[in-house]
Design a protein around this ligand. Structure first.
Ligand code: BG6
Length: 532
């Protein structure tokens, strides 16, 4: 059976990667472009040109990327496909701030395009340090590489995160960029939106009739969103991370985007502007989980301390490479927020993200209300020992990492002569239900950007609304007398994060236990003997 393409390939295009010596290029961008080329989504005529300051030849650039890419490409790389792709791969040495270098770059790009019979449609990917986003676009403009507005689909620019460091800087960057590029030429990337299970949230909600009627304050007790990472600060990232922290690095973008998808209203149609309008409304309705309370009552900052994990000593954040001595930067952020609209009024949303947590887990858990009356006992068992436990609510979980799945827990009658129920789980997983691997987030996003589809990219007003909400937290956490609370590496954040839920009688889920279930806490042993 021939493979049908779900979407058409991109038109012939030149992809320019600025900051091509960086890690993102070798780990994510090139493996994704290689795969798109292999699968027929990137045409044979298209070009990929890496641009950076270090001296390299096409040959050395290709060899480096092959070595790094083999470890990172989904399903590895096969040499024939790589060699075909590598012929389209070039390197140009340029300093992104130098006008002369940009004039030379323009010349080389045009020559390569002429040799390939390309029309000059370009996608520029800014994989640079954030302070180079604007200078790079200014250099493109000064070198005459920004087409007139009636041909603006000839240039699209993908901008990595972080887009600004707070509301004022994000607004300033948007404003400066808007002098040079139209909004529909700017693609602000949040790679979480390219993940298959993240896209599935909207399809699951708005493509089925039975779940959506439950997504509201009548039925939902609360929602928890977790983006947890077991790793600490990877070598080389300390300088960036110590300025950013968990709030800017992950919560402001990935976590709030997940929140938008799970909470937004159905869009009028499945098109970029309609979807982004609905996401924006969620961000505009965000408010602190404790109205009128101090920041510390609803937003918790933590920093990991040294600990021993499975017998291995793990160092403290402060001892990681390139971290300021006595840094007060948070490696963990948790929040209780509300969405003040008719659908969600009164429903707490608990958000958390952090480094050096017990597991790499990303999930959204929707916990429903308990039935109004307990007609039956709920029972859980550990081997042959069963016991009565507290009533268990229904929970719908979107598992985004490490598995791509959705599970629904509910209670079912235990077999036998009693009317007792036990929590059970219904599971859907991509791996078990579909053959073939899932596309990597960057494959999807690069293809969409090449094709001019901005559905999975963030609009400037969404970003600004997110910063507007978080600005008071940033201000508080960066004030002179604020210190994040320490938590031992390998734990689910500091004590205050647990108290955030504890005071309303709720608790964070322990997601890693999904993969390694514990023995249930038996509160009362049961007599399983038949009635005489
Ligand atoms: C990036 C952050 O945006 O997301 C990293 O800068 C983080 O610090 C990463 O590790 C997590 O992404 P993923 O896809 O591995 O969950």
């Amino acid at each position: 059976m021939s493979q049908t393409l779900p979407v058409s390939p991109a038109d012939d295009v030149t992809v320019l990667i600025f900051g091509a010596s960086g890690d993102l290029t070798s780990r994510k961008l090139i493996p994704a472009l290689y795969r798109l080329h292999k699968d027929g989504f990137l045409t044979d005529k298209s070009l990929v040109i890496g641009v950076a300051r270090r001296p390299k030849t096409d040959e050395s650039f290709r060899n480096e990327l092959l070595a790094a890419g083999s470890d990172h490409a989904r399903d590895g790389m096969d040499l024939d496909s790589w060699n075909r792709f590598a012929q389209r791969l070039h390197y140009v040495q340029a300093d992104l701030g130098s006008h002369e270098d940009f004039l030379a770059l323009r010349q080389q790009v045009e020559t390569l395009e002429q040799q390939s019979g390309l029309s000059g449609r370009r996608l520029v990917y800014l994989s640079t340090a954030p302070e180079l986003f604007l200078p790079s676009v200014e250099s493109l403009a000064a070198a005459g590489m920004i087409p007139p507005s009636d041909q603006r689909d000839k240039l699209r620019v993908v901008i990595e995160k972080p887009f600004g460091t707070d509301l004022a800087s994000a607004e300033e960057l948007s404003q400066q960029l808007s002098r040079l590029l139209a909004e529909d030429q700017i693609y602000r990337i949040d790679h979480y939106l390219g993940k298959e299970t993240v896209q599935n949230i909207l399809l699951f909600r708005f493509g089925n009739a039975i779940f959506e009627p439950l997504f509201n304050r009548t039925h939902v007790d609360h929602i928890q969103i977790t983006v947890g990472e077991a790793q600490g600060i990877e070598g080389g990232r300390g300088g960036y991370y110590d300025k950013a922290g968990a709030l800017r690095d992950v919560l402001q973008n990935h976590v709030l985007q997940l929140l938008c998808l799970v909470a937004m209203e159905p869009p009028a149609s499945f098109e970029a502007e309609y979807i982004r309008n609905e996401k924006l409304k969620v961000l505009q309705s965000l408010s602190p989980g404790r109205p009128g309370g101090a920041v510390g009552e609803w937003a918790i900052a933590g920093q990991y301390a040294a600990a021993s994990i499975k017998g291995k000593r793990v160092k403290a954040y402060l001892d990681e490479e390139r971290i300021g001595e006595d840094s007060r930067r948070e490696t963990f952020a948790a929040m209780q927020v509300r969405i003040d609209n008719w659908r969600w009024a009164g429903v707490p949303f608990y958000l958390r993200t952090g480094k050096r947590l017990p597991a790499r887990v990303t999930e959204i858990a929707i916990q429903f209300k308990l039935p109004p009356l307990n007609l039956f006992h709920t029972v859980e068992c550990d081997g042959d020992v069963c016991g009565i436990v507290d009533a268990r609510p229904n929970t719908l979980v979107f598992h985004i990492q490490p598995t791509d799945s959705i599970s629904l827990t509910f209670c079912a009658k235990r077999p036998g002569m009693t009317y007792q129920m036990q929590p059970v789980k219904m599971d859907f997983s991509y791996q078990n239900s579909f053959s073939g691997g899932l596309p990597e987030a960057y494959e999807r996003l690069l293809l969409d950007a090449m094709r001019g589809d901005s559905t999975l990219f963030t609009r400037s007003d969404e970003l600004e609304a997110a910063w507007r909400f978080l600005d008071p937290v940033l201000k508080e956490w960066e004030s002179a007398n604020h210190r994040p609370e320490l938590y031992p590496a390998g734990q689910w954040g500091p004590k205050a994060a647990h108290e955030l839920l504890g005071r309303s009688g709720r608790a964070w889920r322990t997601p890693e236990l999904e993969f390694n279930p514990p023995k249930p806490t038996v509160t009362d042993t049961m007599d399983m003997k038949p009635v005489e």
